[in-house]
Design a protein around this ligand. Structure first.
Ligand code: GDP
Ligand code: MG
Length: 439
């Protein structure tokens, strides 16, 4: 994929605006990336449609080409889609018992995640109780007891009981007596969703009234994860998803699909079989992983922050010759505006801070346009040597740019200290100068 990506990026050079045609290659790559990451086909289609709408008409940054920029836009859209995440477990206060319920298909990692969550809670000073409510497989109860022993967390089970609803109910009732304040229900799964399982889970939900219900979802499965998440969410109203097995080479596309289809946020991710391998879910990291283009993303970020190198070089050479005109000044202002919010950046430039104050509530972006307008109304000779600008020239320039003559004067005054400083610094690189501004 990396090969395809770099060559596609090379084939596109900076065009004025993103359009459907010059974005096509970039979008194709993104689409392929998403499908390779196991995002479900339907989700990919909807997503690509949205991204195209957002991106068309966006101005292409000078130092980026359309497909680089599209990757940036896609990254941001992925983050928006998978976020925001509330990592809280919604635990009740002291003296009260909080119930957390796990559900999910067989083998998705429910029992393991119960142990991981129990460990996390214990570390946070809570007193968890694990409840063995998977009565489908004889070994399931033993599995939970083994985890409990490893973690030194009590496990509630009733051997011989057939009804998991009763087991859960009894466990919640006895939690306080057993010294626990957080009950984690480890329910049964099936290889496929069936009505009996769903009915059982719904009854547990009704009787035990869990504070949070978490769907445990295998991150290695793509389309399956979506279908099961939808079914579980319809029956139970899931509060969050724990996506497991993201330690392998799964690209995590299921995270996007599940969130898109159910609206339920991923809360935690399982990153290994060990009981400490549970992490909070971060949409930005997952977005990078789904795109599988860490390099490209950092390239985009870097390009966004940097100036146009060619323009810089040309100015460099002229400065070295002791030249600094109002045209250079204008270019400089333009570059500066890429560094951050105009008001903040301008405040750092000698001679400009005061002018900003006098602007009051005026929008500096707009004001900048006005400054450019004034400069554009000057003759080349005036731009080279603003001292030429006398009263009549001043009036002509003001009329040409739609400002008052005194505003032309202010600009010239502003230019002078800047010009001197620039000439004084002619030996230094543009970046060093910018650094001076940023101090
Ligand atoms: P359950 O049937 O839903 O209770 O699933 P289990 O908790 O028994 O887990 C099924 C298998 O997946 C076990 O072999 C676990 O060790 C493994 N597993 C669970 N979570 C993870 C994870 O985050 N990463 C990896 N690599 N394996 C996991
Ligand atoms: Mg289990």
């Amino acid at each position: 994929l990396q090969d395809g990506l770099s060559s596609a990026l090379k084939s596109l050079s900076g065009k004025g605006k993103l359009s459907e045609s010059n974005m096509r290659d970039g979008l194709k790559l993104v689409e392929r990336s998403l499908l390779e990451a196991d995002v479900s086909y339907e989700v990919v289609r909807t997503f690509m449609k949205n991204v195209t709408e957002v991106a068309v008409g966006e101005k292409v940054l000078k130092s980026l080409n359309p497909s680089q920029q599209i990757v940036g836009t896609v990254h941001q859209e992925l983050i928006n889609l998978m976020g925001p995440v509330d990592h809280s477990l919604h635990l009740k206060g002291p003296g009260e018992v909080t119930v957390l319920m796990m559900c999910g298909l067989q083998g998705s990692g429910k029992t393991t995640s119960c142990g991981k969550l129990g460990r996390m809670l214990k570390q946070r000073g809570r007193k968890p109780l694990l409840v063995a409510a998977d009565l489908q497989r004889p070994a399931a109860i033993d599995q939970l007891h083994v985890l409990g022993e490893q973690l030194d967390i009590p496990v509630y089970s009733e051997r011989g009981e057939q009804d998991p609803v009763k087991v859960c109910n009894n466990a919640v009732k006895q939690a306080k007596k057993l010294g626990a304040d957080t009950v984690i229900l480890d329910t049964a799964g099936r290889l496929h969703i069936d009505d009996e399982l769903m009915g059982q889970l719904e009854r547990i939900d009704k009787q035990c009234n869990p504070e949070q219900i978490y769907l445990v979802c295998d991150g290695m499965t793509g389309q399956d994860a979506v279908n099961s998440a939808q079914a579980f969410n319809q029956a139970l109203e899931i509060d969050g998803v724990i996506m497991t097995k993201l330690d392998g080479d799964a690209r995590g596309g299921a995270a996007l699909s599940v969130k898109q289809v159910t609206g339920v946020p991923i809360k935690f991710i399982g990153t290994g079989e060990h009981l400490d391998a549970l992490e909070e879910f971060h949409p930005d990291r997952m977005a990078g992983r789904i795109l599988g283009q860490g390099d490209i993303l950092s390239l985009v970020e870097k390009a966004q922050a940097e100036f146009d190198e060619d323009e810089m070089k040309a100015q460099e050479e002229r400065l070295a010759k002791g030249e600094f005109t109002l045209d250079d000044f204008k270019k400089q202002l333009k570059q500066i505006t890429r560094l951050g919010p105009l008001r903040k950046v301008m405040g750092m430039i000698p001679g400009m801070g005061g002018m900003l104050d006098s602007l009051g509530d005026v929008d500096p972006e707009n004001d900048m346009k006005q400054l450019f307008g004034i400069i554009d109304s000057m003759t080349p000779a005036e731009k080279r040597d603003p001292k030429l600008i006398d009263q009549s020239r001043r009036r002509r320039i003001a009329a040409g740019s739609g400002v008052e003559p005194h505003q032309v004067n202010e600009l010239v005054k502003m230019f002078e200290p800047m010009s001197q400083m620039m000439k004084a610094m002619a030996g230094k690189g543009m970046k060093d100068r910018m650094k001076m501004f940023n101090q």
